[in-house]
Every structure is written in C-alpha cells, then in structure tokens.
Design a protein around this ligand. Structure first.
Ligand code: AKB
Length: 318
C-alpha cells in the first residue's frame, strides 16, 4: 500500500484515516476523495492531493486511479443506519451501485479495496453474545442489507477475479475529530460532547441496550493492518468481526461521571434508532481477526473516556 484513494475522506473515519495514511506513507500519493459540498479543508486539504470522487461516477474514479497510480482504495462512502432508513433508495445507490463501480475499477486496474462492514450486518436472529465470525446475517435495516451485500460482493470479486478485497465489521466508532452523522451508535460520541459542554444529555437509546463500540485509533489500526496482513494467512476476507468494548448507556454515563461529577443524562427514546439497536448484537467474538492477522485493540472504556474528555476539552474549551 503506497498510493491510496480514500473515498469519503471528510467523513468520521476518512478525515482521520487519510491523515494517518499520509503519516505512514509520506512518499506515496494519499488522495483525499470527496463529493461536492463536503470538500476537504485545513490540514486535510493542505497535506496532500485531493480529488472529487463520487462513487456513482465510475469514469472519474478510473481517472483518479490512473493519475495517482492508486494501488489501494478505501471506500468509506455510506449513509449510516438511521439516515439510511429515511433514504433507503439513496443508501442503496451509494452503497451498492457505488460499490460495484469501485470493484470494477479495482478489477481493471489491479487495486486492493477496503469497504467496511459493520455490526449493522447482523439481525435479530443472530446470536447476540459472542456473535461468531460466521453466523446468521438477516438484518432488517436498509443499512444492514447493503452491508451484507457489500461483504458478499467483495468476496465475489476476490473469488471470481482475484481482486484483493478485505474488510472489517466495525462496531460503533467513537472519535473527537469529525462527528458521525445519522448512525444508531452516534449517542456514544454525543454524550462526551454534552459532558464537556456542561449540558444535560438526552439519550436516544434505552438503558440495557448493549452494543459493540470502538475508539477511533483502534478502528484506524484495524483498517490499516487488515490491508497489510499476509494474504496467505487469511481464511476470511469480507468481513472480520473486530471488537474492543461493549456497553449500554448506563455504563458509559457512569464512566463519564467518574471524571465529570454532576453530569446529567435523561432518556428520550428515538424509536428508529432503538429498533435498529435492538436487532444488533451485544458483543461480537473477534477471535478470527486475532488469529488470522493479529488484531488487538489498545483502548478500553476507561482509557478512551480519559482521552475523549481531554481532547474535547482542548477542542471545545481551548
Ligand atoms: C451506525 O450506527 O450506523 C454505525 C454502525 C455501527 O455501523 N455507526
């Protein structure tokens, strides 16, 4: 991996992944791909090349791949779970028509492709605790449908054409640089912003709803390590369970209160998000990722909380 196109570079994952890749591969072209209205700014714009990369325009993707001699594509273009429920056709267009464009370009030009899957690829019939790598995947949300199809299509291109597709099933991702937008797990980011701003937090997810979560530095490590893994050791490809912590709103709230005494939270149910969360696992088993490419997270809830609060205090309070 040397010359990389990050599609969706201004989003929650892309904004940090692009910078991490530029740090890791200073001699490569790490292209920040964006769509109109979400152009890169500041350090993301200034530290390397950028290009308009709409997944629905296969020709422009092929031109970027040629121009920058791209060998690896990170495809982070997606509508998250809650927003995909309100715009299912747009979610399908971006996540499926966009993906096949990327895979076709990758097949023709010989690029490796990472398109993340998610805990959203599971459904109500999936075993909830220690969810196995290979198990029932019958999601009820459009987001989940596209994630299962993404896994299958990515594996199809590998088996049929030898296209080097690999990926992980991300938990809810918690970060302090770019806010997520329209996800079911967004509450676990927003709660830290409320705590630092001294506001009461209105939690849209009910007490007792457990979901896998991960701090962004671990998610970035997973995204880089899977693409650098020895292919001979990969039994699976699309997509690996990766886990680091699982909690419900009460647990994250109590943890924040250890560092922000007096912080207040109330429950204000969001039926769309709650229905999605109720269909997702509590906690995945990620032993295949650990065995096949050495996955191991660095952060737990306590170390993430200390880092989130410190970073957000600097960012929001100066
Ligand atoms: C979402 O909540 O939609 C995402 C995810 C878990 O895939 N954060």
């Amino acid at each position: 991996m040397k010359n990389v196109l990050v599609i969706g570079s201004t989003g929650q994952i892309g904004s940090e992944l692009t910078m991490k890749l530029r740090g890791l591969y200073p001699d490569g072209n790490i292209v920040a791909g964006f769509i109109k209205g979400a152009e890169p700014k500041g350090i993301l714009l200034e530290s390397g090349p950028s290009a308009e990369a709409d997944v629905r325009n296969a020709q422009s993707l092929a031109q970027i791949v040629d121009k920058y001699k791209i060998d690896t594509i990170y495809n982070l273009a997606a509508l998250l779970s809650a927003v995909a429920e309100s715009k299912p056709l747009l979610a399908w267009d971006i996540q499926m028509n966009g993906l096949i464009n990327i895979l076709e370009v990758a097949r023709e030009k010989g690029c490796a492709v990472f398109t993340p899957s998610s805990i959203g690829s599971f459904g109500p019939e999936t075993p909830r605790v220690n969810t196995p790598q290979d198990t029932i995947q019958r999601p009820r949300s459009m987001y989940g449908v596209t994630k299962v199809a993404t896994e299958l299509l990515s594996d199809y291109y590998f088996h049929k054409y030898g296209t080097d597709t690999r990926s992980v099933r991300f938990p809810g991702l918690i970060s302090n640089v770019t806010l997520p937008g329209g996800g079911t797990t967004d509450y676990a980011v927003e709660i830290y912003y409320a705590a630092v701003k001294g506001e009461e937090f209105a939690c849209p997810i009910a007490k007792g709803t457990f979901m896998d979560m991960m701090y962004m530095p671990d998610a970035l490590k997973a995204a880089v390590d899977i693409m650098n893994a020895d292919p001979a050791k990969l039994v699976h490809r699309n997509s690996f369970n990766v886990a680091s912590m699982s909690f419900d709103p009460e647990i994250i709230y109590s943890k924040i209160c250890e560092y922000v005494p007096g912080f207040k939270m109330r429950y204000e149910a969001d039926p769309v998000r709650q229905a999605i969360a109720d269909s997702w696992p509590d906690k995945m088993d990620d032993s295949c990722a650990r065995e096949e490419w050495g996955w191991a997270p660095s952060y737990d809830l306590d170390s993430m909380t200390r880092d989130m609060l410190e970073s957000l205090r600097k960012k929001l309070l100066g």
